[in-house]
Design a protein around this ligand. Structure first.
Ligand code: EPU
Length: 430
């Protein structure tokens, strides 16, 4: 097991290039199962969730050719099974996309119940199941989710989602791409990765309209052909580096983003006294003065993203006055708060709201990553704290952030990775 040793207390300066979006990649890779041809997918982030998905696709019979660091060629013309191996599928939440993709292409799927980050509350998939059932599939839930389309092919249907769900929206889009007839998804999620999946499928011959609005129409087509597609940059990765410099002070250039996707995060950081300047595909983010308190509520896109909640709460621990953070997407996502309070933060959680009294500084501590975004928040806290902190359970962070240590070091952060049983490093941290 690796742990990070962080020498905090210094501002960040320099440039960071943003990788492809994790939550787009983990949907688009399974969606390649719908393609009866060879597709080249570019700008895939190098993260452990992607590695696991590629292994699953290979075991299903896909030919996977890694072209270079971030580009992969997938050939799903000769799939041999529609049963995803449990030991791999349970490792990540996004394995649920295999159900929509396999059902859409082959009319059947067997996928073990998805695992992934557990941040305290429940993570139901009833809206996915409701969508598949409306399209004529029978779905049995046990250790495996076994789904079969009536007559071997999904049928178009009108589906109104009871909750705005990213996963259900994308899963139903996949199941509908090759269906007989048109599927209409209402109360659909509007995240940038929903649009990215629609663009990927459309570039392979699908007929999807309305992605990015709350009504999506998918007219089923007979076949998807091969092609090439590049994944969008990761909004949350970019937001995480913006939050890091907000906490430590300094000035960084966040490169290769889509500025529009960042508006919800940029606006909140500006309210807190962080300067953010847009330059083409880059953002210059600077924090020199005091941080001001703010109230944040996480909401589906275009609201403030829940996947930035732990990072923004961490920044607010250092802001003057009282801030509130309300989680509007998940039941609970505050398991990390205990770690921050051990660093001297003053946070009280009442239901879905965290009340944060700003403190002058955080103290270093030995802390753990409870999940992916909470782990990123721990790195931010450790970088801001004056002294040496240790972070354990960092495998959660590596599931979703490409080379986060290399990228932070390039910004001047002093971080070392050590194996937990190793002796402490004798060289200077850096
Ligand atoms: N929900 C239901 N029923 C469902 C599906 C969702 O009640 O069938 C509820 C959830 O309990 C939650 C809300 O709807 O309260 C939204 O859940 P959603 O389905 O949108 O979440 P998800 O698709 O499982 C994805 C991301 C999460 C991110 C959420 C919200 C992936 C693999 N995961 O999860 O990302 O928090 O959307 O934006 O794309 C992360 O990257 O750290 C992460 C957890």
């Amino acid at each position: 097991m690796t742990k990070y040793i962080v020498q905090g207390g210094s501002p960040l300066f320099g440039e960071v290039h943003i990788s492809g979006a994790k939550n787009a990649a983990v949907a688009i890779l399974p969606a390649a199962l719908l393609v009866d041809g060879v597709c080249r997918i570019e700008n895939i982030p190098q993260i452990s969730d992607v590695t696991v998905l590629l292994k699953i696709l290979e075991q299903l019979g896909a030919k996977v050719r890694v072209l270079n660091r971030s580009d992969v060629e997938l050939d799903c013309r000769h799939i041999i099974t529609t049963r995803a191996p449990q030991e791999l599928a349970h490792k990540l939440r996004a394995s649920y996309y295999l159900i929509g993709a396999l059902l859409g292409r082959f009319g059947e799927a067997e996928v073990s119940m998805p695992g992934g980050c557990n941040f305290g509350g429940t993570r139901p998939i009833d809206q996915h199941v409701k969508g598949f059932a409306a399209m004529g599939a029978t779905v049995r839930e046990g250790d495996y989710i076994c789904a079969a389309a009536e007559g071997g092919r999904m049928k178009g249907a009108n589906i109104y989602l009871d909750v705005v769900s990213v996963g259900a929206t994308m899963n139903i889009m996949m199941a509908a791409a090759l269906a007989d007839g048109t599927t209409v998804i209402e109360n659909a999620a509007k995240e940038p990765h929903i649009v990215d999946l629609a663009n990927f499928l459309n570039s392979m011959g699908a007929d999807i309209k309305g992605a990015g609005t709350d009504t999506i129409r998918v007219a089923g087509v007979e076949r998807l052909h091969g092609g090439a597609y590049a994944i969008i940059p990761d909004q949350i990765e970019a937001g995480t580096y913006m939050a890091a410099v907000a906490a430590t002070g300094g000035q960084i250039r966040v490169r290769g983003i889509i500025p529009k996707h960042m508006d919800c995060i940029t606006a909140k950081l500006q309210e807190m006294g962080v300067e953010v300047e847009e330059q083409d595909d880059d953002l210059i983010v600077r924090r020199s003065g005091e941080l001001r308190h703010a109230n944040v509520k996480t909401l589906p896109y275009p609201g403030f993203p829940t996947d930035m909640q732990p990072q923004i709460t961490t920044v607010l621990t250092l802001a003057s006055g009282t801030s509130t953070v309300t989680e509007g997407v998940w039941d609970s996502r505050y398991r990390y708060v205990g770690e921050l309070t051990r660093m001297g933060a003053q946070i009280r959680v009442e239901g879905r709201t965290a009340i944060v009294e700003g403190v002058e500084r955080l103290s270093p501590a030995n802390i753990q990553a409870y999940d992916l975004r909470a782990g990123a928040a721990m790195l931010i806290a450790a970088l801001a704290a004056d002294g040496v902190s240790e972070i354990t359970n960092v495998q959660y962070i590596e599931r979703g952030y490409e080379d986060i240590i290399g990228k932070l070091r390039a910004l001047g952060a002093k971080i070392d990775c050590v194996e937990e049983n190793d002796e402490p490093p004798i060289r200077q941290i850096g």
